[in-house]
Design a protein around this ligand. Structure first.
Ligand code: ZN
Length: 415
């Protein structure tokens, strides 16, 4: 099973927007850009919402069937580990193996020295085609990388072999993710992480490193965009070289777990992949759910009231909701409007405060992040919430499509 050059991870918390999401991918296709849709949902999301991996497969199949999509599509077991992977075996054919937890868990001295022996060729000068200066690599550098990352890659190997034993070789796509780590990985680290993946014989088709800067949920990139651009290009060059050197899958590409809306770096991503002829996998996470909430607000009346109740619930349970997302949000509670104030808002005001349009002057990123992680409150409303969304589908659906196409696909792959 081969992942296409371009693929888009479309998370959908409540599983009702599959068709509207696919419509965005079909729009790109009509413009000559082929993208494989990948419906992704993590164990964390499933447990917060109370859905099962089979629900994601059902959503994907339904969307693909009703929209008559003839291209490939995948269902991603997002951020799985050895403890929960079994829940996903049957319904998924794309596995994002998350080993961030195993970073810094020192492999044995033997494993570390074996790894260094296998990398002797690159010590005292790693020259990567496309990168002008040679990268500084000494035995100590390789040792430090092994100490930090080897046990994580070995764990990825165990999880990969476990999945392969159940699904069969070549029957699924493997992604290795370290994006929820504490520190970013440099291009040199990436090279040796891929060396370790090759030693473990993991046929990794996408790799999600932690990039420099902050990738908070649903809000823009924060960090040094020039540094990001430089490292991103180097990451691609390192991958292209590693593919040749280690015999990794030829379509191996970067996966950007964007947390959505990283508008500030989309241009750099677009420029680098086109310049180097590289593929890309983008996970847009949960802004589809934000479109649902914005749509309810705009619908007004009882639907606006539901949106306000969700905000009030999220506000009062802020700490609990923030806990599972602590590494990927920055909410300043003093910048959040009180629910009593929000209760007086019009639908337009709610929408403008939530909507990521910095030019409007009314957008509040703290409000947006809190709502982003507040889907648990909506999930607890059960049918009341999902029925409301279904009733407002005429407003929500086109917004979901437009959000994915205009604000993400276009700047990253088309412009
Ligand atoms: Zn991620």
């Amino acid at each position: 099973m081969i992942l296409d050059k371009y693929s888009f991870g479309i998370g959908d918390r409540f599983g009702q927007q599959g068709e509207s999401q696919l419509a965005a991918i079909m729009k790109a296709k009509r413009m000559g850009v082929e993208i494989a849709p990948v419906w992704n949902k993590s164990h964390r999301e499933h447990s917060i919402i109370g859905t099962m991996p089979a629900d994601v497969r059902a959503e994907a199949q339904e969307a693909v069937g009703s929209m008559m999509w003839e291209g490939t599509y995948f269902v991603d077991a997002d951020h799985i580990n050895l403890k929960n992977v079994d829940l996903f075996i049957e319904s998924s054919d794309f596995f994002t193996i998350d080993v961030a937890e195993f970073i810094n868990q020192r492999a044995s001295p033997d494993e570390i020295s074996n790894f260094i022996d296998g990398c002797v060729k690159y010590i005292d000068g790693l020259t990567v085609p496309g990168i002008e200066e040679s990268l500084v690599v000494t035995e100590n550098v390789v040792r430090a990388i092994a100490v930090k990352y080897l046990s994580a890659v070995k764990q990825a190997g165990r999880i990969y072999r476990h999945i392969a034993s159940k699904k069969g070789l070549g029957k699924f796509i493997t992604e290795m993710s370290m994006d929820e780590a504490d520190t970013p990985q440099t291009p040199v680290e990436m090279f040796f992480i891929l060396a370790a993946a090759a030693q473990e014989e993991i046929p990794v088709q996408t790799i999600a490193p932690k990039f420099t800067g902050r990738f908070n949920k649903g809000v823009d990139y924060e960090g040094d965009t020039e540094r990001f651009a430089r490292e991103f290009e180097r990451d691609i060059l390192v991958i292209q070289y590693a593919v040749q050197e280690f015999g990794l899958p030829k379509n191996l590409k970067l996966s950007v777990h964007s947390g959505s809306d990283k508008f500030a770096i989309y241009g750099a991503i677009n420029g680098a992949i086109k310049k180097l002829g590289a593929g890309i996998h983008i996970k847009t996470a949960g802004t589809t759910w934000l479109e649902e909430l914005a749509g309810l607000a705009m619908a007004g009346g009882e639907y606006l009231a539901i949106a306000k109740r969700i905000y009030a619930g999220a506000y009062s349970r802020m700490e609990e909701l923030m806990r599972p997302y602590s590494t990927v949000i920055d909410i300043d509670p003093s910048k959040l409007p009180e629910p009593m104030v929000v209760a007086e808002w019009s639908g337009k005001k709610f929408d403008e405060t939530l909507r990521h349009e910095t030019a409007s002057g009314r957008y509040n990123p703290h409000f947006r992040q809190l709502v982003h992680i507040g889907y648990k409150v909506a999930a607890e409303m059960g049918k009341e919430f999902t029925d409301a969304v279904a009733n407002c589908e005429r407003i929500i659906g086109p917004n979901v499509t437009e959000n994915i196409f205009e604000r993400h696909i276009k700047p990253i792959l088309i412009d």
